[in-house]
Design a protein around this ligand. Sequence first.
Ligand code: SF4
Ligand code: SF4
Length: 398
Amino acid sequence: MKMTNTKKELLAIADSCVKCGICAPHCPTYTHTQNENESPRGRIALIQAWAGGQLNMTDNLLEHIDSCLLCRACEKACPAVVPYAKLIDDFRAEMHGEQSTPLSVRLVKTFAENKRVQRWAKSGLKFYQQNNLQKTVRFLRLPNLLGLGELERLVPNYQDTQPLQNYYPATNEIKGDVGLFVGCMGELFDFETVNAAITVLTHVGFNVYLPETQTCCGAIALHEGDSETAQTLAKQNQTAFANENLQAIITIASGCGGTLKDYAPKVVDISHFLSQFELDLKPLTTNIRVHSPCTLKNVLKTDKSVLKLLKQIPDANISSLPETTQCCGAAGSYSLRHDKMAQTLLNELLETSLEKPADYLVSSNIGCALHIAAGLRERGENITVVHPIVLLAKQLAN
Ligand code: SF4
Ligand code: SF4
């Protein structure tokens, strides 16, 4: 039987795994299921056997691969430097269209890729929440009946937003120009962070550019195996941020940063970028716990910069969640497809977070922040989940 190029490429990556199993204890799905098929090594072996013609494609096989969070903890731990994420992305692209996509995932993907839909969603969300419709809909359990329960629980309270400008000049001595990547969620679900990022960057001395043609980073399309759409979005962002004068392309969601980094140079997470500057900040007597999203820890690898930056706030009591803390379960569209595993991981993370007193839980990724905030809300915990940059912006001393 003739082997396709894709299968040859998948085999070449899978063959670089020496099956040592060092990655296994780092894998959240393996930790919880103790099933080798739900471990990095097991998933690699399954793809290897399928690409090599020893295994037929079955729903079961697809499900084992699909249950991977793509948190990339295994990749970070792997001594053989197996490019695990590329293997899964390529496999998903090859399987695109073989699996049904839940309505909630289709809605999120459409929202992410279409600015007109984002504008409709903004008016829709306002109407939904400000006319008591949400309470009624939740009471009737309509989202659950439509298979949208998981998506609906993530939706934060509507915030009035101002239209974003394409350019914000530095408000202090000029240090240079930067681009700001807002992503598909920023304007509607995380305007506070977008605003804070502009405030702090201009305060530090940067002219901030927000190219109007920037679009979704493509992470959701990639997760869904839609490599064609992901490539189109990548090209659009490359063109949008082509200005050579930009010193950096700043991201405020590490999930976007992890994807952008693969196709755009100069991508840097905002906390890492700002941690090189000394800021004049007002004291804040409060307890802050720091959550490090997988994309910041395992892909951008700049999670320590958040701590370094926040420690500049006088009087704040800052503590990171333990190094061993695993993925929160949000993982792009993962929680919409695998709600049970996502909930298990979330519960575990919340237990760890609540071990020490916290007024704020900071997270550098909007997807994780919404997932964690929903969990805290459901438990009746009065902890504010914010992006670190929001706290920083509030403490700026003139
Ligand atoms: S992915 Fe890396 S760590 Fe895991 S079994 Fe293969 S070689 Fe070992
Ligand atoms: S990416 Fe995460 S969930 Fe997937 S195999 Fe690796 S450690 Fe496990």
